[in-house]
Design a protein around this ligand. Structure first.
Ligand code: GDD
Ligand code: MN
Length: 378
């Protein structure tokens, strides 16, 4: 080969190839676990060209900075830092789509999964016999002792039962966050993924047009040594939403469903406050309807922020700005709401029907506004 002044030419061709395996690590506040996991990957994947992509949602503990520190001396280490967003599934999707390797694995960043199973997973997929390798805590030889509390066990097992009713294939651990698949397959499914909540594996399996050929690889689910779990009850609500979304074949977008539920609850809150104000508070109808509207507005804002827009949840100053904006713009809707409800009430409509119609108009207005102005994607 002729000598060249360009330093690139001197690099052996093999070093310019994409890695065979991209390991995607979704992480939030996992700083102390970063260096140990990379060291373990390095040991477990000896002889396999690999890279790791941390997808960090701007963790306050400086997880991204820690990844970048290690990346200074190890080109196999990459980091995607996302700002203004939260969510395990969407983090995994972005990490996997940043890969050019033939295979993509997903593993938790808290050392709870067993990285020594990665070569087995890779070998199984490379044999061409399988489309998906899943690290399973529930097939023979696996163990979920690391789940911790009894409550977590019940949640986990209940979720698995529920999921199995919807699954086109048999999976003993459909909630697993530890799996591997060919990147082209991931890319072909990516457009159909819901991308919300925790259950990316389930999302993948349910999005595949034909049943995937799956191999389950048992592993021990370790206890968490540093940091804390981010799985809570709201994650389960999202999980139910994911199943519904798949059952309705995407006819009913998840956010709309969530909006609808929150709105319905908001109407109940509105009516409850209205009746208390009228019957116990002795207020006239107009001020009572106004107070009920205000309370329902704050209630809707909070619930939508926690559930509907959980992945772009507003916090700190943004929360207050969002609430202010929400209330300001909704004020216009509220004036209309109170006005219409009063006209109806004055023309002998019952207080409950007048109140409900007024509230409905407010709620529809709130939806339109919140989607475009308050939680607009940044
Ligand atoms: N980027 C990003 N954004 N990462 C997140 C987020 C988020 O909003 N929430 C959690 N993570 C990361 C964590 O930092 C960790 O690396 C991984 O995702 C799993 O989160 P944990 O909070 O440790 O979850 P867990 O241990 O309770 O849940 C495990 O078991 C579940 C089944 O019981 C995970 O393996 C889940 O995937 C699994 O469904
Ligand atoms: Mn964990």
């Amino acid at each position: 080969m002729p000598q060249s002044a360009s330093p690139l030419i001197d690099i052996p061709i093999v070093a310019r190839h994409a890695p065979v395996l991209t390991v995607v690590v979704p992480c939030y506040n996992e700083r102390p676990n970063v260096a140990p996991l990379i060291a373990r990957l390095d040991a477990a994947l000896y002889g396999i060209p690999w890279e790791v992509v941390y997808v960090d949602d701007n963790s306050p503990d400086g997880t991204a900075a820690e990844v970048r520190r290690i990346a200074q001396t190890d080109a196999r280490v990459r980091c995607i830092r996302r700002i203004g967003r939260r969510g395990l599934s969407s983090a995994v999707i972005e990490g996997a789509l940043s890969s050019s390797a033939p295979f993509v694995a997903v593993i938790d960043g808290d050392l709870q999964h067993d990285e020594t199973k990665l070569p087995d997973m890779l070998a199984a997929l490379q044999s061409g016999q399988y489309d998906l390798a899943v690290g399973s805590r529930h097939s023979a030889g696996g163990d979920d002792a690391g789940l911790g509390t009894r409550w977590r066990h019940i949640l986990s097992h209940g979720g698995i039962r529920l999921a199995q009713y919807f699954l086109p294939i048999r999976l003993s651990d459909p909630m697993s966050g530890f799996f591997m698949l060919p990147r082209p397959l991931f890319e072909s499914l990516a457009g159909n993924l819901t991308g919300q909540g925790f259950k990316i594996l389930l999302d993948l399996v349910l999005s595949a047009p034909a049943p995937l050929r799956v191999i389950e690889i048992p592993f021990m689910f370790h206890e968490r040594t540093a940091g804390e779990s981010k799985l809570d009850a709201l994650v389960l609500v999202q999980f139910a939403g994911l199943l519904l979304d798949k059952v309705f074949g995407g006819l009913l977008p998840l956010r709309f469903l969530s909006f609808g539920l929150v709105g319905a609850l908001g109407v109940l809150v509105h009516l409850a406050v209205l009746s208390v104000m009228l019957k116990l508070g002795g207020l006239d109808f107009e001020p009572a309807q106004a107070v009920a509207t205000g309370v329902a507005m704050v209630f809707n804002f909070q619930l939508n922020n926690e559930i509907t827009y959980r992945d772009q949840r507003l916090r700190g100053p943004r929360l207050w700005r969002g609430l202010l904006l929400f209330m300001l713009v909704c004020g216009i809707g509220a004036v209309t709401n109170v006005g219409i409800a009063k006209i109806l009430y004055d023309t002998n409509t019952s207080w409950s029907l007048a109140g409900a119609i007024g509230a409905m108009i407010g709620v529809v207005w709130n939806y339109a506004v919140s989607a475009t102005l308050v939680w607009r994607s940044r």
